[in-house]
Write a protein that binds this ligand. Sequence first.
Ligand SMILES: *Cc1c(COP(=O)(O)O)cnc(C)c1O
Length: 499
Amino acid sequence: MDLLYKSTRGDSQPVTASQAILKGLADDGGLYVPTVLPKLEVSLQELAKMNYQETAYEVMKLFFTDFTEQELKDCIKKAYDQKFDIEEIVSIVKADEAYYLELFHGSTIAFKDMALSILPHLMITAAKKNGVKNDIVILTATSGDTGKAALAGFADIEGTKIIVFYPKNGVSPIQEKQMLTQKGKNTYVVGITGNFDDAQTGVKELFHDKQLAKELEEAGFQFSSANSINIGRLVPQIVYYVYTYAHLLAEGEIKENESIHVAVPTGNFGNILAAYYAKNMGILIDKLICASNENKVLYDFFTTGIYDKNRDFILTSSPSMDILISSNLERLIYRIGGEDDKNNKLLMEQLKKEGKYEITEQMKQKLCDFYGGYATEEQIKEKIKKLYEKAGYVIDTHTAVASVVYDKFKKETEDRTKTVIASTASPYKFTRSVLDAIDIKYDEWEDFALVDELSQISGVAVPEAMEEIRTAPILHHKVCRPEEMREMVKEILNGKSSR
Ligand SMILES: *Cc1c(COP(=O)(O)O)cnc(C)c1O
């Protein structure tokens, strides 16, 4: 029997895994969740002997039950290959009494590669399975990181095209260069003369534009989304928690039956939800430490039971976590509410209308696995500097958020359980913020001089991804106003438009 996926809002029919991957979001606006959360079928001892790809298969086969063994193994093989700069795919570095789980060894040096390198393969396999003849067009709005990771994942994947919109003056110079140098004949990058919200709103409108969908259908295209709410992104993220626990066991860092904590720098709540799923599948994770930056909606939620996005949006040095609506939280709310889709729908409607909802006392009690915390800009800087001085290890600003919150947790609870901190971006991706934290003298330096300096002081070679963009030619030149996005998409798909 196939594992089916149902909507958290209850007004859509259950679908298979491949259909859920193709659709992304359910028609009623809810998120797809598995009707039962599977348990691991192999022992931790067996898992400890497996490499990353084998572990990925053990996890994914439980969720994507309508894929054949061959299909899944093919997807895994194509995703986790030499695109990653280490054979192990992820690495676990012990520094100052914590385990940093480096998830940034993929082609865009941030953790989104972990899922976005496999999603395209899952998606085209899903399209074949469901008799989809159209080419899949991925539309994405990005504030920097997701866009590049999605471009790299979908580049030259047969049967797909990807169009990324980004705020022309709203991403870092390195992020912009990463996108504009993207190769692949099916990739399109367009700057918007507006902010990220304009790009995001524009993309949402295109997704809901029935007339456009009809025109595209006639031309042999259909839209899909590579957004982090897609279960094709969520499930691959469970893998690294399973892999990490098993490897800490194999290396004797933890004993049999010993629990660990995980600390995750959180924005859209995808990464930490994957850890929660890993726990529910049988991995011995005790506390899930949810770390926010100054946009601390989640911290407030975990301490009060009230989710309230009515507040100023703060631009921080950890931009990938500058988020006020953590979409994936809906899956947790649904679960702690006893899978009551009617009530979940009411809460989400309230969030949409009033920007706010409150959970019941009973639901709140089920959040005891989570510890919420946040880090200020000052604390982030201090942590990067201190860790570098003490252990010679350089972390990026996002990882530092989790590290600060873990320190607070330790201080508050005096709990010394071994803890894994998800390290979500290479310090090279945020070189300026990282070096500024270590020494103010770097303030005046130019971007690539900083890159070389980071290599000097950290002893870590400049990643290939960084070397490439240093000299790569700019391949994308399109810019448009937000109201021109629809025409732009049509031009691109008509093949009438140059880059
Ligand atoms: C996206 C991102 C995050 C946040 O992950 P979520 O799954 O959205 O919570 C944290 N750090 C980095 C570097 C990211 O790119």
